[in-house]
Ligand binder design. Structure first.
Ligand code: NAD
Length: 280
């Protein structure tokens, strides 16, 4: 299988373009799935404090024997930990659960604008970054207006923006904004998310493209993400699918295939709106 390509973040750090997402995976299953992913060449793992499975990721990292500097481990700060001191404590708790002494990427999970603490939270992330305990910092679910505020009030431009993004919600304007500001976009719900992926994977356009390229519909969608320059983190708990999702770098979609997939955009989110999402 060809190697996973990398993107270079705005601070020079290299990030694999494909990883395993571990949302909704219980601890034990997480350790097993991450081990399967490592065996299949994955090096990027996307977890979060809120997923309550950072220990499982850490267990698989230790078992793997893969040199730490070949891995790219992301975690995220939960909403309950907004605020400068809380953010630093939240970061330290994640490190401890993972059993690591540094992270590759740490994200603010949601902007929670109604609480108004995103700026001081970001300053907490800037501090752990300056202390050399994380190689890059970024945000998740921030809209351009939320990022603008950070740019005005803080020092460091986020390296990554992780957002809902899939063929029916292609986030054209946000991608353009991120590109103009040197921010790498990473897609969550890349296959439409649990409960929606079935419908997406059976669309005739995708099943036809799958036939044309001798691939599966899931592989077609993941290749669409990577050819758009996005980082993608599909989730699966099935070894066959974990392998299948990794095996997308031995073919290329044509420009017209990419345009046809992008034309599936409805502009409608499947997940929560970051302006109103206030999970505790
Ligand atoms: P996803 O789009 O990766 O879809 C997962 C669904 O697709 C699962 O039901 C899975 O069984 C199915 N699937 C996976 N591979 C398949 C294949 N080859 N063939 C057929 N079906 C397949 O959705 P997700 O897990 O919600 O998102 C991916 C990752 O993004 C998460 O695990 C998490 O790491 C991250 N995420 C982040 C946020 C955020 O707020 N930052 C929110 C949601 C998810």
């Amino acid at each position: 299988m060809p190697a996973t390509p990398s993107v270079t973040l705005n601070n020079g750090v290299s990030m694999p373009q494909l990883g395993l997402g571990v949302f909704l995976m219980p601890h034990k299953q997480t350790a097993q799935n991450v081990s399967v992913a490592f065996e299949n060449g994955y090096r990027l793992i996307d977890t979060a404090a809120a997923y309550q499975n950072e220990e499982g990721v850490g267990e698989a990292v230790r078992k793997s024997g893969i040199p730490r500097d070949e891995l790219f481990i992301t975690s995220k700060l939960w909403n309950a930990d907004h605020g400068y001191d809380n953010a630093i404590r939240g970061f330290e708790a994640s490190l401890q659960k993972l059993g690591l002494d540094y992270l590759d990427l740490y994200l603010v999970h949601w902007p929670v604008p109604m609480r108004g603490r995103a700026t001081e939270t970001w300053k907490g992330l800037e501090q752990v970054y300056k202390d050399g305990r994380v190689r890059a910092i970024g945000v998740s679910n921030f809209k351009p207006a939320h990022i603008e505020r950070l740019l005005q009030e803080t020092e460091i431009v986020p390296a990554v923006l992780q957002i809902e993004l899939h063929p029916t919600f292609i986030q054209g304007e946000v991608r353009e904004y991120a590109q103009d500001h040197g921010i790498q976009v990473e897609s969550w719900y890349p296959l439409g998310g649990q409960g929606n992926s079935e419908g997406l994977l059976h669309l005739p356009l995708l099943t036809n493209l799958a036939k044309k390229h001798g691939k599966t519909a899931a592989q077609i969608i993941l290749r669409w993400h990577t050819q758009l320059g996005l980082v993608v983190i599909p989730k699966s708990s099935h070894p066959v699918r974990i392998k299948e999702n990794r095996n997308i770098f031995d073919f290329e979609l044509d420009q017209e295939d990419i345009a046809a997939i992008s034309a599936l955009d409805t502009g409608v989110r499947l997940g929560p709106d970051p302006d109103t999402a206030n999970f505790r």
